[in-house]
Ligand binder design. Structure first.
Ligand SMILES: Nc1nc2c(ncn2[C@@H]2O[C@H](COP(=O)(O)OP(=O)(O)OP(=O)(O)O)[C@@H](O)[C@H]2O)c(=O)[nH]1
Ligand SMILES: [Mg+2]
Length: 298
C-alpha cells in the first residue's frame, strides 16, 4: 500500500488531531498547544500515561530551546513518537519445520481475515502454507477460512463439527510436516461452546501444537482498533495466559482510536507487528512507526 493510501485510511485517527494541527500551525506554539495535543492523544486512546509523558517531554524541550515555530515542534513530535514506537522486532519467525503461528483474540476482532491476508502474502513470496481451522465454535468459521485458503493458494485442514480445536491444529501440523509445508497458521475461536475457559483452551492448543513435529513460533493477538482502550483490557486478559509474541491491530481504517498502538506497546510491552487497514487481501501492513507518525501529523 502506498504511503498516501496509508495516510488516507488513517483518516479517522487523523481527524482527532486536525484541530490541534490547525491551531498550532496558525497560532504557533503557545500554552494551549500542549493541552490540545494531550487531549487529542487521550481521545485517540493513546493512554493517559503515554500522552502526558510525551507532551511533557516536548514541552520541556521547546521551553529549553525557546521553540515557537510549529514546523519545528511537529518535526520533533513525529520523531519522538516514531522513536517511542520503534526499536521493536516485527518479524514473524518462520523457522520451525513447520513453524506454527497461532492467532488469538475475541470474536469479531479479525483473526480469520488476518490469517487470509497473511497466507496470501506468504504464498506470494513462495512459501507453502497450511491453514488450521481451529475455530470449531461455528461450522461457518471453517468455511470462511476455506474461502481464504482458496483465495490465497493455501491448503485447509479442518476437523469434524465440534472437533476438539487442539486436535485439529495438531492434525494440521502433522499434515504440513508430512507434506513438507514449512508454515501452519492456526485460527482459533473467540468464544466456546463448552463452559471451558477460553484462556485454558488456548493454552491447551498451544501445548498440544508444541507436541507435534512443529514449533509454535508466533502467538499473535488480534485486536480491533475500533474498540480502543476496551481492546487493551482484552489484551491484558490474553497476556495473562497466552505467551504472546505480537499484536495485530485491525480496522485502523475505520477507527478514530489509532493511538491504541501507543497504549499497547507502552502498557503491555508487546510489539504491534501488523496493522489491518481494510477487508481486502492487500490491506495488511507491517506496522511502520515513522509512517504512522507522518500520517498523523502531516
Ligand atoms: N475495515 C476493516 N475490516 C476488517 C479488518 N479486518 C477484519 N475486518 C472485518 O471484520 C469482520 C470480522 O473479521 P473476522 O476475521 O471474521 O474476525 P474473527 O476474529 O475471525 O471473528 P470470529 O471468528 O467470530 O471470532 C469481517 O467483516 C472482516 O472483513 C480491517 O483491517 N479493516
Ligand atoms: Mg474467525
Amino acid at each position: 500500500m502506498a504511503r498516501t493510501g496509508f495516510r488516507r485510511r488513517m483518516g479517522g485517527t487523523r481527524g482527532v488531531f486536525s484541530g490541534f494541527l490547525a491551531s498550532v500551525v496558525s497560532r504557533g506554539v503557545d500554552d494551549s498547544t500542549w493541552e490540545e495535543l494531550e487531549e487529542a492523544l487521550i481521545l485517540a486512546d493513546a493512554g493517559v500515561g503515554a500522552a502526558t509523558e510525551l507532551v511533557d517531554r516536548l514541552k520541556e524541550w521547546s521551553r529549553a530551546e525557546k521553540v515557537t515555530d510549529p514546523q519545528a515542534l511537529l518535526a520533533l513530535l513525529k520523531a519522538q513518537l516514531a522513536e517511542d514506537l520503534g526499536g521493536r522486532d516485527r518479524g514473524l519467525e518462520t523457522g520451525g519445520n513447520p513453524a506454527v503461528w497461532l492467532f488469538v483474540g475475541v470474536n469479531g476482532a479479525g483473526k480469520t481475515t488476518t490469517i487470509g491476508k497473511l497466507a496470501a502474502r506468504e504464498v506470494n513470496s513462495g512459501r507453502k502454507v497450511v491453514l488450521a481451522a481451529g475455530d470449531t465454535f461455528r461450522a461457518a468459521a471453517a468455511e470462511q477460512l476455506g474461502l481464504w485458503a482458496d483465495r490465497s493458494g493455501a491448503e485447509l485442514v479442518r476437523g469434524a463439527e465440534d472437533a476438539d480445536p487442539s486436535s485439529v491444529v495438531f492434525d494440521a501440523i502433522q499434515h504440513a510436516s508430512a507434506t513438507g509445508v514449512p508454515l501452519v497458521m492456526a485460527d482459533t475461536a473467540g468464544r466456546l461452546h463448552t463452559r471451558t475457559n477460553l484462556m485454558e483452551e488456548l493454552a491447551k492448543i498451544h501445548r498440544v501444537a508444541g507436541k507435534g513435529p512443529g514449533t509454535v513460533t508466533e502467538v499473535l493477538l488480534v485486536i480491533d482498533a475500533v474498540t480502543g482502550q476496551n481492546g487493551l483490557a482484552q489484551a491484558r486478559r490474553f497476556t495473562e495466559s497466552a505467551q504472546l509474541t505480537g499484536v495485530v491491530l485491525t480496522k485502523l481504517d475505520g477507527s478514530a482510536k489509532g493511538g491504541i498502538v501507543m497504549a499497547v506497546q507502552n502498557e503491555l510491552d508487546i510489539p504491534v507487528k501488523l496493522v489491518g487497514l481494510g477487508e481486502g487481501v492487500e490491506d495488511l501492513m507491517v506496522f511502520d512507526p515513522v509512517e504512522f507518525a507522518e500520517a498523523l501529523f502531516s
